[in-house]
Design a protein around this ligand. Structure first.
Ligand SMILES: Nc1nc2c(ncn2[C@@H]2O[C@H](COP(=O)(O)OP(=O)(O)OP(=O)(O)O)[C@@H](O)[C@H]2O)c(=O)[nH]1
Length: 155
């Protein structure tokens, strides 16, 4: 039992800042977006799962540095594998990207079904909760935000 919880909450043992230590010189200053990253997390109120997908986009900083694509998915894992609420999960990912990668903007959109609403309580399966956290240029510039949103919604 203790091992099962250790696995479920493995994200608590990892320093999220370490995930983004891998960066590359790419001279790329346009949007980078990774869609449909699987999310498996645990609602901190009921200790029941919520699951779905995350879409993470960023516009690199003026130095054009990028991070490894898998690091974005790893960041989702670190913050998801702990008791969570979806809103905090969304903003933690966006805030860490802003502070570590120093990009011009970040957008994180997460869509999940919460089993605490499906299996118990109100018992409404199939509803999806969508949260977003938008920072920097992607928040302030309507054109950049619209471009990112259109790519996110395309799927
Ligand atoms: N930005 C970007 N990253 C890429 C591309 N192709 C591969 N990568 C990433 O390059 C990174 C290399 O990181 P490393 O930490 O050196 O390699 P790794 O240990 O295999 O990394 P993991 O895949 O996280 O296990 C990984 O995050 C890959 O996902 C690409 O076209 N663009």
């Amino acid at each position: 039992m203790a091992r099962a919880y250790a696995e479920l909450f493995a994200g608590l043992r990892v320093d999220p800042a370490h995930v983004l230590l891998t960066t590359f010189e790419a001279d790329h200053e346009e949007l980078v977006l990774v869609r449909d990253i699987e999310v498996m997390s645990m609602c901190e109120h009921h200790l029941l799962p919520f699951h779905g997908v995350a879409h993470i986009g960023y516009i690199p900083g003026h130095d054009g540095r990028i991070t490894g694509l898998s690091k974005l998915a790893r960041l989702v894992e670190v913050y998801a594998r702990r008791p969570q609420v979806q809103e905090r999960l969304t903003s933690q990912i966006a805030d860490l990207l802003m502070s570590q990668l120093n990009p011009r903007g970040v957008i994180v959109v997460i869509e999940c079904e919460h089993l605490c609403m499906s299996m118990r309580g109100i018992q409404k399966g199939g509803s999806r909760t969508i949260t977003s956290a938008v920072r920097g240029l992607l928040r302030d510039d309507a054109k950049s935000r619209a471009e990112a949103m259109s790519l996110i919604l395309r799927g």
